[in-house]
Design a protein around this ligand. Structure first.
Ligand code: F6P
Length: 462
């Protein structure tokens, strides 16, 4: 044992590594890009620095040695199958996820899930403490790792610790359900800086601190900030201008039978995304004859996510039943109302779909940010396409010139779909222009620069 361990001045700590491993039938490990907006947002941040990334490779019971990939030192944290079940699927995604998203699904509170969460957070903190250079900057991410700041601080008082929460932070009336609410708050207060997507999230956190500790974050040396995450807008802008992507967008249209209009939704298959509300509204418009099959099509990509967690399995059944019924009742031999894909597409294909869409539907019931909305806008340098955006997304704070909707209001959603489909080109262009200005003026580089600047300027630890 032993040997010299390399240390780093800049470390990202997130539940997932940027690469996910799967073992093929031939026993060979295949690495692919990890799902979700977090990795997409952080990749450009870490590539600019020679740093390390501590995270899980996505497989149970499979230890990997640290390795370098694209100039980043990856430090895999191993999870047992039981920990995947209790820490990841259980506490992270069946307790915290629904609790932090307005209890859209009922959170489960199980002591063995909490114990597993604590143990795994300790493992992440230990792995980070080992590789942090003196005075290093450590940036911890998201709800899976809220205990890491305190655990790391105990071992390494010399490092600067920032924490960014990618999902909403709930109002105290909801947060207070959590049997381990005090431990979570104390865990986060190990940070020098805690960042949130929206002003409301930051206010909810500060209130929880006051209610549970009788003091303020500032008084214990933790600064609270809200700074919305974004995307690398130029990548999407450039993709949208490439000839092969434009060609592919035309092919997609043709393969759908050249409908007059395409509605498009793309989400992880998650109950927070309002996929059922979207299909319901569209289905009623088809049923009432306000929209015609063949004239308008809804393309819905629902990428597989957390497939062993109960509410996700139920959601898949519900969505597929709705799509099956709608298509069964209304398809002609030439056209179906919904083109549904339970698949994940690469970035080029996504860009082509964004370009092919006339109306992009983002109808989340609650969403920390929603980067898909920003990707759509960044791709549309042609100033065409309409964004229908739920007011319950973080993105709606910035993207005020989208067509804003309350997805619970099905009649309102139907009206927004109809008016977006018929919006005149001058208004489409004017709205898209102002949306693009927003996305380009605050891209992912601005987000990380702001967070890291604030972190660097927090007070020295006593
Ligand atoms: O932003 C929310 C988030 O949970 C990220 O932490 C994560 O990378 C992404 O969604 C995808 O979820 P999962 O890692 O559970 O597949």
């Amino acid at each position: 044992m032993g040997g010299v361990v390399a240390t780093f001045d800049f470390i990202v700590v997130a539940n997932r590594l940027p690469a996910d491993c799967t073992i093929a039938e031939d026993g060979i490990a295949h690495w692919s890009r990890s799902p979700g907006g977090l990795v997409a947002a952080l990749e450009p941040v870490i590539h600019g620095r020679s740093g390390a990334w501590v995270g899980w490779a996505g497989l149970a019971d499979t230890p990997f040695e640290p390795f370098d990939a694209d100039g980043v030192h990856l430090v895999p944290v191993t999870l047992s199958a039981l920990e995947v079940e209790r820490y990841y699927e259980g506490f992270a995604n069946d307790t915290l996820w629904p609790l932090y998203h307005d209890v859209i699904a009922a959170p489960g509170y199980h002591r063995e899930w909490w114990e597993s969460y604590t143990r795994v957070n300790q493992r992440f903190a230990d792995a980070t403490a080992r590789i942090a250079a003196p005075g290093a900057i450590v940036w911890v991410h998201d709800y899976q790792l809220q205990l890491v700041p305190r655990m790391l601080r105990e071992q390494r008082p010399d490092v600067k610790i920032g924490f960014f929460n990618h999902i909403p932070f709930p109002p105290y009336g909801i947060f207070s359900q959590l049997p381990w609410r005090r431990q979570i708050i104390e865990g986060l207060l190990g940070s020098d800086l805690v960042g949130f997507q929206r002003a409301a999230d930051a206010a909810n956190f500060s209130r929880a601190v006051r209610r549970l500790t009788g003091t303020t974050p500032d008084a214990v040396g933790t600064k609270v900030l809200h700074v919305p995450i974004s995307i690398d807008a130029t990548i999407y802008d450039e993709l949208g201008k490439r000839e092969h992507v434009r060609e592919r967008a035309r092919d997609i249209r043709a393969s759908l039978g050249n409908p007059r209009k395409i509605l498009f939704g793309v989400d992880r298959l998650d109950y927070t995304k309002g996929i059922r509300h979207r299909i319901k509204a569209f289905g009623e418009l088809i049923e009432s004859g306000q929209l015609e099959v063949g004239d308008v099509v809804l393309v819905q990509v629902a990428s597989p996510s957390r497939e062993r967690v109960g509410p996700y399995q139920e959601l898949r059944d519900q969505v597929e039943l709705m799509v099956g019924r709608l298509n069964g009742d209304h398809s002609t031999l030439a056209h179906a109302p919904v083109a549904y894909y339970h698949q994940t597409f690469d970035r080029d294909e996504m860009a082509a779909l964004y370009l092919a869409a006339d109306v992009m539907l983002v109808t989340a019931l609650r969403d920390g940010m929603n980067l898909v909305a920003k990707e759509f806008v960044a791709t549309r340098s042609d100033l065409d396409g309409v964004l229908v955006l739920s007011e319950f997304t973080g993105a709606s704070d910035e993207l005020r010139r989208a067509v804003l909707v309350n997805p619970h209001d099905i009649d309102g959603l139907k009206a927004a779909i109809l008016s977006s489909l018929e919006m005149d080109p001058a208004e489409r262009a004017s709205r898209m222009k102002s949306l693009r200005k927003k996305v380009f003026s605050h891209d992912v580089a601005a987000w990380s620069a702001k967070f890291l600047h604030e972190l660097a300027h927090t007070k020295e630890n006593p």
